[in-house]
Design a protein around this ligand. Structure first.
Ligand SMILES: Cc1ncc(C[n+]2csc(CCOP(=O)(O)OP(=O)(O)O)c2C)c(N)n1
Length: 323
């Protein structure tokens, strides 16, 4: 597939913006001003960006505890993201949710969940709603390999196949559920094969290569819009940071510093940038300009969050139920 320079630069910008946001959150986390656990998606930016670049505002996504990238890639407001991490009234969940419970239904972000696998049945349900209302949109579910250990994935896929639902399962195989390696929990590639490729579009891609993710997602989205039912895309990647919080966890001993280093050398943002430079599609000056813009936007988002009020105590029970 041929990509325009504009598309390539947009994909790069979006990944770079997510990366820089993650790094800023990480660098300030020790101040303990962000009263929320954080799960950084450093190294997984190509998946959020490659998939969401195929979606429009009216398409739905469901996300997980590691959801900063999904939120920004779907068009979520950076200020509201940071304000949510600061648990402020101006946050995207009005300061009630924190990092694991981001939501903005106005842009089709239907929520992230701290319940591992929680987005799988709800995202499938959204696809059922789309199908029943005969809407021309799709529902995308992002989930990790730990979530793929849950039986609800197979129940949901079976239901989606039977009902031919416009749902796309994006399996972010970053190889770990906390400290437990996927190979210790799943028999070979069983997750991928068990989802019945003869009944749905399935593909495994390099999750660190944004164009591979983009192309697979494009095909899946087209199929869903054309009434051809669900898809399952496995994006192979790696969680370079610790499961939660800031910094490396190499000293915990469940994986080697060499292994982490190997995956850092496959960084989706840097490698893509080098390719663009080599092809003459971007210049060092343009990269610097982008970086400056992003830094300013992040500065402003943090200032906004720090200056925003905390939620009011009397609102604690608000937003618990929706009619
Ligand atoms: C139903 C449920 N079981 C267990 C947990 C504890 N838990 C939180 S995150 C996590 C790991 C999830 O791994 P994965 O789905 O691969 O996502 P990743 O953290 O790698 O992005 C676990 C087991 C939980 N939050 N919910």
């Amino acid at each position: 597939m041929k990509f325009s320079q504009e598309t390539l630069l947009r994909l790069y910008y979006d990944m770079f913006r997510i990366r820089k946001t993650q790094l800023r959150i990480e660098s300030l986390y020790h101040l303990d001003e962000m009263k929320t656990p954080i799960h950084l998606c450093i190294g997984q930016e190509a998946i959020a960006v490659g998939v969401c670049a195929n979606l429009n505002k009216y398409d739905y996504i469901s996300s997980s505890h590691r959801g900063h990238g999904h939120y920004l890639a779907k068009g979520g407001d950076l200020k509201k993201l940071i304000a949510e991490l600061y648990c402020r009234e101006t946050g995207c969940s009005k300061g009630h949710g924190g990092s694991m419970h981001l939501v903005d239904t106005s842009i089709g972000h239907m929520g992230s969940s701290s319940i591992v696998g929680g987005g799988i049945p709800t995202g499938t349900g959204m696809a059922l709603a789309i199908h029943m209302k005969k809407q021309n949109c799709v529902s995308v579910v992002f989930f990790g390999d730990g979530a793929a250990d849950e039986g609800v994935l197979y129940e949901s896929i079976n239901f989606a196949i039977i009902k031919k639902l416009p749902v796309i399962y994006i399996y972010e195989n970053n190889q770990f559920s906390v400290c437990s390696r996927v190979s210790a929990r799943q028999a070979g590639e069983v997750v991928f094969h068990a989802v019945a490729p003869e009944y749905m579009f399935t593909k495994t891609v390099d999750g660190n290569t944004v164009l591979e993710v983009y192309e697979a997602a494009r095909e899946a989205v087209l199929r869903a819009r054309n009434g051809q039912g669900p898809s399952f895309i496995e994006c192979k990647t790696y969680r370079v940071r610790g499961h939660a919080g800031a910094g490396s966890d190499a000293k915990l001993g469940y994986r080697s510093a060499e292994e982490i280093g190997f995956w850092e050398s496959k960084c989706p943002v840097t490698v893509f940038c080098e390719e663009l430079l080599k092809k003459g599609l971007i210049t060092q000056n343009e990269i610097q300009d982008m970086e400056q813009d992003i830094d300013l936007e992040i500065d402003e988002a943090f200032r906004f969050a720090q200056e925003s009020p905390l939620p009011k105590g009397e609102h604690i029970l608000q937003y618990l139920f929706s009619e």
